[in-house]
Ligand binder design. Structure first.
Ligand code: ZN
Ligand code: ZN
Ligand code: ZN
Length: 202
């Protein structure tokens, strides 16, 4: 969010390109070792190993989301929180229908309220929408300025965020050279994750 505000400010001002990049890299530096590349690092890699303690992933992201809401004085209502919880249950993006089905089982609100909750969570970057899958995934670094750079496994559907500031900077530079007014950046990359590579297709 902040990232794009900064971009808006710098439009047409030569000096502020460096200013913008400095802020951006300063933010990334302060994120610390575990968050260096945008996603939480599990041992040696970005991809959560099969059989990892997912409860702690989920709790960590929920806590982060609550902190963001508190800082920004946003209301994480019980429904918004429940929608976020359902999305965070897995590293695989989940579709709106699956979320609606879960909430219907629990006797919770119908589609309009649920879509509003999804829009709230997206608007505040607590979740991302993965356009090519028409599905939602929890953000790996909620509340921190970043675009969406996703690595998505074709086999297990697990998604991780890459969030490389150099890739962002390269896109911003090339867009600017093309006279293109960049508003949003999302990169959805498909392949095979380290947990699935070499595994026989079932
Ligand atoms: Zn996990
Ligand atoms: Zn994110
Ligand atoms: Zn996989």
């Amino acid at each position: 969010m902040l990232h794009y505000n900064i971009q808006g400010v710098r439009t047409g001002q030569r000096w502020s390109e460096r200013f913008c990049q400095n802020i951006y890299s300063a933010i990334f530096q302060t994120i610390g070792d575990k968050m260096k590349t945008g996603g939480y690092v599990y041992g040696s890699g970005l991809f959560p190993p099969a059989g990892h303690d997912h409860e702690s992933c989920k709790t960590r992201r929920l806590d982060q989301a609550e902190e963001v809401c508190q800082t920004r004085k946003l209301r994480l209502t019980p429904l918004r929180r429940r929608v976020l919880e359902i999305i965070l249950e897995s590293h695989e993006p989940i579709g709106a229908y699956a979320i609606l089905a879960r909430l219907a089982e629990e006797g919770k609100e119908g589609p309009p309220t649920v879509y509003r909750a999804l829009n709230f969570l997206m608007g505040h970057k607590l979740i991302h929408r993965v356009a090519s899958l028409n599905a939602y995934v929890g953000c790996a670094m909620p509340g921190q300025p970043h675009s969406g750079q996703f690595l998505i496994c074709r086999s297990c559907r697990v998604l991780v965020e890459l969030n490389d500031s150099e890739i962002d900077a390269a896109i911003r530079r090339r867009a600017r050279e093309a006279g293109f007014s960049l508003e949003e950046q999302t990169l959805e990359n498909f392949g095979v994750c380290p947990n699935c590579v070499g595994r026989q297709p079932s």
